[in-house]
Design a protein around this ligand. Structure first.
Ligand SMILES: C[S@@+](CC[C@H](N)C(=O)[O-])C[C@H]1O[C@@H](n2cnc3c(N)ncnc32)[C@H](O)[C@@H]1O
Length: 316
């Protein structure tokens, strides 16, 4: 079968319809929720931005952990789903339709936590693109804020040509949907194909979506984080804070922006529930100096004077 390689955005637009079936959200949120709960509590985090939020379940999870939660994604269909999911879950969060490579100018305040999960970094083509994203994250964080990246472990995948991921599936009444993910190796990239089989009206319907992804290695990601200014980063193999393993399936990095995180009183929490689609205030365009651009721009003084210095590696 000839492979039709879709540009990133089209790939995600087409995938958006089945994304919540492809991803086993209850399982993911169950595991990831404990990790983020510890991170939030240990560091007294107050606000979060989920970069590449897709259908919004991490934004919803972070809101439920008590944070002012914002999500950004470039896919209109993903954002539409995210808004619907938040209404269904009864939580008030903000979603921004936009490109994360120039997002910082859209925020009038910094965030304590920024997440980029679900292998999103593998969709960035080059080290330059990674740097662009990390610079935007750095600008959008409060001093001392944390940046969490989760991707598949491409050190292992490229070394062992690991092509397959265990299939996933979902059932809705008599309808069953199965997904198979497959990697094909090119000299400098991979083709990611997601094959979908749907049992519908007594027969299997099938479709395949393919896009190109880029296997960034751990040392490359860490070196770009450092060059952008992050003071330290810790690597884990999973959401149980177990140390990174070159043979593990995942790479989780927690990087910290220089400075000391101050718990603060944010106005984001009080957005009206009747307008979940409201966009956050666009920050007035200012000449950006590295230190000023990252400072919270709220006029209100922080109510969290007792905030302690956060640690990128939470206590076990
Ligand atoms: C692999 S999905 C990850 C989704 C989610 N974070 C998760 O953990 O499942 C990548 C998401 O990134 C979005 N995306 C890709 N390029 C983007 C860009 N330049 N700016 C904002 N979002 C982007 C896609 O629309 C898609 O929803």
């Amino acid at each position: 079968m000839e492979k039709n390689i879709l540009p990133q955005l089209e790939f995600f637009e087409q995938l958006s319809e089945s994304y919540d079936q492809l991803i086993s959200w209850p399982t993911r949120i169950g595991t990831e929720g404990m990790f983020f709960k510890k991170l939030v509590n240990d560091n007294k985090l107050k606000s979060s931005l989920d970069v590449a939020c897709s259908t919004g379940f991490h934004v919803i999870m972070l809101r439920r952990l008590g944070l002012d939660a914002v999500g950004i994604d470039a896919s209109p269909k993903m954002i539409e789903k995210a808004r619907t999911n938040s209404i269904t879950c009864g939580v008030t969060v903000e979603y921004i339709l936009g490109d994360f490579t120039n997002m910082s100018k859209r925020f009038s305040e910094g965030f304590d936590l920024i997440t980029c999960l679900g292998d999103t970094v593998a969709h960035l083509k080059s080290a330059q693109d990674l740097r662009k994203l990390f610079q935007e994250v750095y600008k959008s964080l409060n001093p001392g804020g944390l940046f969490v990246i989760q991707s598949r472990n491409y050190d292992f995948i490229t070394k062992h040509h690991a092509r397959f991921t265990p299939p996933t599936g979902a059932r809705n009444g008599t309808e069953e949907t199965l997904f198979f993910r497959l990697l094909d190796f090119n000299p400098k990239s991979l083709n990611l194909s997601i094959a979908k089989f749907r049992w519908h009206e007594n027969r299997w319907e099938s479709s395949v979506h393919t896009t190109e992804i880029y296997p960034h290695l751990k040392r490359e990601i860490e070196s770009i984080l450092k060059s952008v200014g992050f003071s330290k980063s810790e690597a884990y193999r999973n959401y149980n804070f177990e140390d990174y393993d070159p043979n593990g399936s995942d790479l989780i990095l927690i990087a910290q922006k220089k400075g000391v995180l101050k718990s603060r009183n944010s106005s984001r929490r009080d957005k009206p529930t009747s307008k979940p689609e409201a966009q956050p205030k666009v920050a007035p365009k200012k000449k950006e100096l590295p230190s000023k651009a990252t400072a919270p721009r709220s006029a209100k003084p922080s109510k969290h004077k007792s905030a302690r210095k956060p640690s990128a590696k939470p206590k076990k």
